[in-house]
Design a protein around this ligand. Sequence first.
Ligand code: PLI
Length: 479
Amino acid sequence: MAPNNDVDHDKLTTAGQQHKRRSWAEPYKIKMVEPIRMTTREQRQRALEEAGYNTFLIRSEDVYIDLLTDSGTSAMSDWQWAGMMLGDEAYAGSKNYYNLEATVAKHYGYKHLIPTHQGRGAEHILSQITTKGGDVVPGNMYFTTTRYHQEHAGAKFIDIIMPEAHDPTFIHPFKGNVDLDKLESVLKEYGTARIPYVSMAATVNMAGGQPVSMENMRQVRELCNRHGVPVMLDATRAVENAYFIQQREPGYSDKSVSEILLEFCRLTDGGTMSGKKDPLVNIGGWLSLNDDALAEKARNMVVVYEGLHTYGGMSGRDMEAMARGIEESVQDDHMRARVGQVEYLGELLMEWGIPIVQPIGGHAVYLDARRFYPDMPQECFPAQTLAAELYLDSGVRSMERGIVSAGRDVVTGENHQPKLELVRLTIPRRVYTQAHMDVTAESVLSVFTQSQKPKGLEMVYEPEYLRFFQARFRPLETA
Ligand code: PLI
């Protein structure tokens, strides 16, 4: 047929494509808002100096879009707030405890529940009741507080994650997986006598929010069974992990996130939880165990550090909000929107050629600071510098996840020198809109294309433990 010259075929094609387009949207609408404030560059410069160039030390009022962490920063639903009014604030035996215990058993499958004030409270108790001096704890990459408590109890942490997880450009659907040969050789070398448990995180925060496959977890379980070593799960973001299994692992696309979560946790003997992430609350955590005798020890210890074993540092209303948050977190449409928002930001940055950790993680987009500042030595803290520059540019707050977070070797006192030198843009759940993601991406682009690059920072104050929280820095003079 001869072309009709009166019709603009390009426009028609575009319109046709638009017609086929089907977007998804968040499965909620907004009922209450919290104003945020844009500051001037001068105000941000002053705030940054007062904070010693550490984003943890900036006042939240001086932040425009707060992507420091997804921990305790989620928005609760009306159903959770309604649950807060049903708090049973009895010192002992609160009904909200029993509801939380039943909810954890239903979705995570664990037998005993020991509540704690947050995740590190659970890590402390687990380490103290299982670990002695001279032990080793193999784990799929370290997390700051988790490793601290393992080392505090006298153990040495051994990284057993697949080596490619340390390469931000390596693409793999399950980059949190364990290197099974490495695990086997550690199990053979140290045996049950010196390995209290294998520490599995899913997703893996420090690797970029990367998931572990069901298949890999099954193989870890089998190996550990053969050597008589328990497997403990850091379940903080296990629902996000279950979503990735549903999306990426053959055989799981027809299963619900909730079913996958239960199947995954059943491969482990217990778990620690920071309720401030997946479970959609602002405070709280728990330790769960299947072993009766170990649970007895934990219940005995929780009264010393956290509170009675039926509240562990949480109020009744906190426990009710968490039970309800868990129910909401395992809904497929919630998870699609949650991870989808992170992917939206990551894909925008990738489209613009900005170096990020790939694949995009579950709770955050991680900027590869080494590729922002290829000439800056790691001793000048490239990621810490980048987080400061981003704040200065737009008031977007992010977090360093590189040499500062990695800290020092407990034996030699030398700095750990992680391959990954990252800045984390962490997305709180149900808090920000797509427009906030656009503003963030544009600011990252502006910092990436800066013509005059900073020289870096020097550390002028270093706290003894978990230094990244409170360390102070000053800029190195520009040339
Ligand atoms: O912050 P806590 O004590 O409730 O939880 C500690 C904790 C344990 N495991 C994992 C994987 C975490 O991510 C975690 C805390 N993460 C924080 C605070 C974060 O900003 O990622």
